[in-house]
Design a protein around this ligand. Structure first.
Ligand code: KE4
Length: 432
């Protein structure tokens, strides 16, 4: 991997960062607040390896929070973006490439008739919510405690008191009146969803079809199907937030894997392979309500950006044409799960691995995590010790117990075996 010589030390860059950027980072989790210490300052990455400005290297399982499913600096993606860059970085006008990518996405994702490009997962989910409210004429929406859908006001809500809990702001700056339009239900608990449906006319239910923002929590059998039935019964819009699961769990995402079709889908991360791109889409009758075809307003200067579209086309064409990529990632992820689960038994420690495909989390609890409240049983201090021991030994996990690790096609057999060795030692250190 060739890269310019480090221009500064990690400490020096982070000190400068804190002087001009809140918390020294541009997204909170990057500050390593949950695990302590100062964050790394990345110089470059390639394949499964990330290198910081001090020349230290880690096997990376953050994987740009799931975006780089083919590994960092994938040669095909780099070449595609370089070639697109030479033709201009942005036009603010229609290009054929963004049409080709839309056609590919509609072909790959089972429930999509049409799609609209945006530049972040937050834009995708906030737009899908506006569309659902417009389509139904209703204001209230249901989300699940522990699920994260980006930072739009309607999603930054915490469970209030009471059975069908009307949300209360989970951040300063979110108006009570808006937060109260979001009702909180419990993941994998259809009764809590039924209560919310009884409380208000519901525009939409938005759900991570595999939860990845409370750690990896799979949907239990019947959960997604139950949401589908309730939304159909009440004339509400079912939104699958597949920003994390889209194109990762299968070419058609979680909706292909589980065979449940939402009305709207939000996508991000893999869709641009790390270049800012996201999308929302779904049934033609809904998407035709979006401006300028319809009257639901949504816009974006860099939507369908040529560089992001070039990266996305290269990535999704590969994933569509080479399904064996998923088989390989599944094999490596299953090996990681088995190796770590064996280590947990051998060490006799209260920990467990939860995994769906290439999304996995090591919980510092031996109790199954099936909804957000179950994470209370996890020992966050033990996770911080586990993370730090792994980090010091060359494996970079997501720096929070409430995140998901991501395996990519660049994580090869030897890398996986070495990871198991490192994480086994880290588990031991976390509990001794
Ligand atoms: P962005 O606005 O960050 O592109 O996407 C928001 C989003 C929406 N939906 C789901 C299911 C997501 O996981 C995300 C963003 N995921 C986090 C990681 N848990 C991004 C990392 C960060 O916030 O820095």
């Amino acid at each position: 991997m060739t890269h310019p010589l480090p221009h500064s030390t990690r400490a020096g860059v982070y000190e400068r960062a804190c002087a001009v950027m809140p918390g020294g980072v541009n997204s909170p989790v990057r500050a390593f607040g949950a695990v302590g210490g100062n964050p790394p300052v990345v110089e470059a990455a390639s394949g499964s390896i990330v290198r910081d400005v001090d020349g230290r290297e880690w096997i990376d399982y953050i994987s740009s929070w799931g975006a780089v499913i083919l590994g960092h600096a994938d040669p095909g993606v780099v070449a595609a973006v370089q070639e697109a860059t030479a033709r201009g970085t942005s036009f603010g006008l229609l290009t054929e490439a963004e049409v080709a990518l839309a056609e590919l996405v509609v072909d790959m994702v089972p429930s999509l008739d049409m799609v609209r490009w945006v530049s972040s997962g937050t834009e995708a989910t906030m737009s899908a919510l506006r569309l659902a409210r417009a389509a139904t004429g209703r204001d209230h929406v249901i989300k699940f405690s522990g699920c994260y859908h980006g930072h739009a006001d309607s999603f930054l809500v915490a469970a209030g008191s009471g059975a069908a809990t009307h949300g209360t702001p989970d951040s300063p700056g979110v108006p009570d009146a808006l937060a109260g339009l979001t009702l909180l239900a419990r993941y994998n608990d259809l009764n809590s969803v039924a209560l919310a449906f009884e409380a208000e006319p519901i525009a939409a239910v938005i759900v991570e079809p595999v939860a990845g923002n409370m750690g990896c929590v799979p949907p239990e059998t019947g959960f997604l199907e139950g949401l589908r039935e309730m939304c159909t019964e009440h004339g509400s819009i079912l939104i699958f937030d597949e920003v994390m699961t889209g194109f990762r769990l299968a070419p058609g995402g979680a909706q292909e894997l589980f065979g449940v079709l939402p009305d709207l889908t939000t996508l991000g991360k893999v869709i641009g392979h790390g270049v800012p791109a996201a999308a929302y889409g779904g049934r033609a009758d809904l998407m035709s309500l979006v401006s300028p075809a319809g009257s639901v307003y949504q816009a974006g200067t860099l939507a369908g950006n040529p560089l992001a579209v070039a990266a996305g086309l290269c990535t999704l064409q590969r994933l569509a044409a080479e399904p064996e990529i998923y088989d390989e990632i599944e094999r490596h992820s299953a090996r990681l799960e088995d190796g770590l689960s064996d280590a947990i038994v051998a060490l006799d420690i209260p920990a467990r691995v939860q995994r769906v495909g290439s999304m996995w989390t090591v919980f510092m609890s031996d109790m199954p995590v099936r909804e957000f409240a179950d994470t209370d049983a996890a020992d966050l201090d033990a996770f911080a010790r586990f993370f730090t021991a792994a980090y010091e030994d060359g494996v970079l996990l997501p720096p929070s117990a409430f995140e998901t690790a991501f395996t990519t096609s660049a994580h090869e057999d030897d890398t996986v075996e070495h990871t198991i060795d490192v994480l086994t030692r880290a588990l031991d250190r976390a509990w001794t």
